[in-house]
Design a protein around this ligand. Structure first.
Ligand code: ATP
Ligand code: MG
Length: 564
């Protein structure tokens, strides 16, 4: 596994920016790019790389970037996906202004261009079945064979193509193919299919058409119609470029866009393929496209990842022509770095254990000042209520602590964050021997967290006042897959991590968390970052763990002596 894309500083130059710079220097100043999703699923973090690149270069070179839906396959496309994709691109922070386009808006023009190819002897109607076409196509080592229908006259082809459009033939009964070269070393040039018959209602054109252009025919021509100058796509389209160019050359297109290919993003512990993500959703392995374990933008948003962190990530991985796998830990690092600066701090106890402060008066409350974000003074302070009964984290107490455990234990003194020093005086258990409560005393002289006599404690714990606490469910997420390369050795379903979701049902939160808006991400002190989930009900908040506090990436960099 290589992480060679990970070390560049923000917004590095790259081969695509070099190409555009050269074009601009040569006087081609009208830089137009596009992000061209097929609306057959939700966007994932790989698409974010493409979005940041396309919108990013347009902005840097004073051009513009279009959002264009390549909606040529009504069998798989839905309005839900069209809407979700637009919401996701906006959320990521990009704006296409008036430049929202659909390949389907060009259907009439594409049809005319298909007739143009036919008239020039550059396309023909074929009666072979899909299987026969595949068989005739040959292989990487064997040339293809001409279809018996390849030499139909333009008139005959025009007549058949018009009848295809008129609905005279069954689905799949005939296709229109470009007449290029069945012996080409590039299989994409062996008379590729340009139109197929398909009776499926289209989200935008309804039943107007029963023939649809293929992706290859619609994509480049839509680029040309929109005046796209630099058509940026992923490496798997490199072999399609000669066809892209052939079509532009042989059609009266108003512009000559150029295609450039870059490496797609691969990320450890993830599958970045809509087909596979669709399977995860449809087979019930996750709770929908926006499940916080999904690498979709909708899932990452729900988990609490800030769009700024995704843009930072896209800048750091850079754009190259060589395939690599990026460590998930780098994404995590970008998320932590952003949230550390911007997230409010709050206290929350995920696995509560009750503490009774025996020398604290019953019914009284003290109000303590707490800092909202030590990284940002302007975030100000809040008041945290303290009272006789508190919740602390169960794992912050050990009855028989080993040497290196510095937190609470019998006879031990610790600091409660922003509050007082407390000492554990007694441990209460139920009949089964489970610890149900701790008895403690507090030192009123240590208000604010420091002892006037200068004595030190080795641990500071978070806590919540029982009388003021708000109940919550907290969902803890781990990688969706157990392998860094899910599906590499068999069925991806076998690599699903059974522990990818743990629900902590009885958490207790400090009262300031009552009015956090869904979607806001907060640091729970000592625990990590958590995002308020829309599943909250009036009597129970729900939070998703965005990420823990420990930075594996920074540690990896330190160990390898690398720089960030
Ligand atoms: P998938 O393989 O997930 O179905 P796709 O390429 O079929 O992806 P499209 O909707 O056609 O999905 O993609 C829109 C754009 O996003 C294309 O230009 C494509 O090259 C780019 N893209 C898709 N996946 C990635 C990725 N992992 N990294 C970078 N760009 C990507
Ligand atoms: Mg695609």
């Amino acid at each position: 596994m290589s992480t060679n894309e990970n070390t560049a500083p923000e917004q590095p130059g790259d081969f695509i920016r070099d190409v555009i710079s050269t074009d601009v220097a040569a006087g081609r100043t009208d830089v137009v790019t596009r992000f061209p999703p097929e609306p057959n699923g939700y966007l994932h973090i790989g698409h974010a790389k493409s979005i940041c690149l396309n919108f990013g270069v347009a902005e840097e070179f004073g051009g513009r970037c279009h959002l264009r839906f390549d909606d040529t396959n009504p069998a798989k496309e839905e309005q839900e996906f069209i809407d979700a994709i637009q919401a996701d691109v906006r959320w990521l922070g990009f704006d296409w202004g008036d430049h929202l386009y659909f390949a389907s808006d060009n259907f009439e023009r594409l049809y005319e261009w298909a007739e143009h190819l036919i008239s020039e002897g550059n396309a023909y109607v074929d009666d072979l079945s899909a299987d026969e076409i595949r068989e005739y196509r040959g292989t990487l080592t064997e040339p293809g064979r001409n279809s018996p229908h390849r030499d139909r006259t333009p008139d005959e082809n025009l007549d058949l193509f018009r009848r295809m459009r008129a609905g005279e033939f069954d689905d799949g009964g005939r296709v229109l193919r470009a007449k290029i070269d069945m012996a080409s070393g590039n299989i994409n040039l062996r008379d590729p299919v340009l139109y197929r018959i398909l009776r499926a209602p289209h989200p935008r054109t309804g039943d107007a058409w029963c023939i649809y252009p293929t992706y290859d025919f619609a994509h480049g021509q839509s680029d040309a119609i929109e005046g796209v100058t630099h058509s940026l796509c992923t490496l798997e389209f490199e072999d399609h470029r000669p066809l892209y160019d052939w079509l532009v050359e042989n059609l009266p297109t108003p512009a000559t866009p150029r295609q450039y290919e870059f490496a797609r993003l691969n990320l450890t512990y993830s599958m970045l393929s809509k087909r596979r993500l669709t399977a995860l959703v449809n087979d019930g392995h996750v709770d929908g496209w926006n499940d916080p374990r999904m690498p979709t933008l909708a899932g990452l948003r729900r988990r609490g990842l800030p769009p700024e962190a995704l843009r930072d990530f896209a800048g750091r991985i850079g754009v190259t022509k060589s395939d690599s796998v990026v460590e998930m830990a780098l994404l995590d690092h970008c998320v932590r770095e952003y949230l550390n600066k911007h997230a409010l701090r709050r206290m929350a106890v995920l696995d509560p254990l009750k503490v009774v402060i025996e020398n604290y008066p019953e019914g009284e409350t003290d109000e303590l000042d707490a800092v909202n974000n030590p990284e940002d003074e302007s975030a100000g302070k809040r008041v945290v209520p303290f009272s006789r009964e508190l919740w602390v984290e169960r794992e912050d107490f050990m009855e028989d602590p080993p040497k290196k455990f510095f937190r609470l234990g019998p006879g031990r003194e610790v600091r409660l964050r922003y509050a007082f020093f407390i000492t554990c005086t007694d441990v209460i258990k139920d009949a089964a021997g489970n610890i149900t409560e701790l008895r403690c005393t507090y030192d009123p002289e240590t208000r604010g967290g420091n002892a006037p006599d200068g004595r030190k404690v080795k641990a500071t714990l978070h806590w919540v006042s029982v009388a003021h606490a708000i109940p919550a469910e907290v969902r803890l997420y781990d990688h969706l897959f157990t392998r860094t390369d899910p599906g590499a050795e068999g069925d991806m379903a076998d690599d699903i991590n059974p522990q990818s979701l743990t629900v902590q049902a009885d958490c207790q939160l400090e009262p300031a968390l009552a009015d956090v808006a869904a979607g806001e991400t907060i640091q729970f002190e000592r625990l990590g970052y958590f995002c308020a989930d829309p599943d909250a009900t009036p009597d129970r908040l729900v939070f998703n763990r965005t990420i823990g506090l420990r930075d594996a990436w920074a540690k990896m960099q330190k160990q390898s002596g690398g720089k960030k």
